[in-house]
Design a protein around this ligand. Structure first.
Ligand code: HEC
Length: 127
């Protein structure tokens, strides 16, 4: 009896499925590849936000060591119906849905917005 080699397209499918499972598993985990609040997100605030937060708008302090507690599950001061950051729901997080400072819409680059979006999707952890 002749043994058939596994066709390449089947191997590719198996590899893709394994990769997909790995990505999904990585979302809730602490493995490399996840966004780190301290390493990735806070530096954006340090560079672009702390000049005004808290000085110009004391209700929101984005300095290191304070920003996470001021954002996650905290109602927005300018619209109490929304939380500043709702873990897992970037589309409902005021930080991203309401351009915080209409005069400063270009302050954050697309890459930085995407980073913050991923951080919220991954659970907005204080990691
Ligand atoms: C030039 C000053 C200035 C800078 C820089 C600035 N902000 Fe603001 N921000 C304000 C002021 C003033 C308000 C309140 C009035 C308003 O909503 O426009 C505000 C409001 C906000 C709000 C809404 C807070 C709430 O509870 O209603 C968020 C969120 C916010 N800013 C995030 C940021 C982020 C993130 C950055 C950096 C990427 C940033 N801001 C940079 C001045 C600033």
């Amino acid at each position: 009896m002749q043994r058939q080699p596994v066709p390449a397209n089947v191997l590719a499918l198996i590899a893709a499925a394994a990769l997909g499972a790995g990505l999904v598993a990585g979302c809730g985990g602490t493995q490399d590849g996840g966004v780190s609040f301290a390493r990735d997100v806070q530096p954006v605030f340090d560079a672009k936000c702390v000049s005004c937060h808290p000085v110009s708008f004391p209700q929101l302090d984005l300095r290191r060591g304070r920003a996470h507690a001021e954002l996650v599950r905290v109602p927005a001061a300018t619209n109490l119906a929304f939380q500043r950051v709702l873990p897992g729901r970037p589309e409902l997080s005021y930080l991203l849905t309401h351009p915080p400072d209409p005069l400063l819409v270009d302050l954050v680059s697309d890459a930085e917005r995407d980073l913050i979006r991923r951080w919220i999707l991954e659970g907005a952890r204080d990691n």
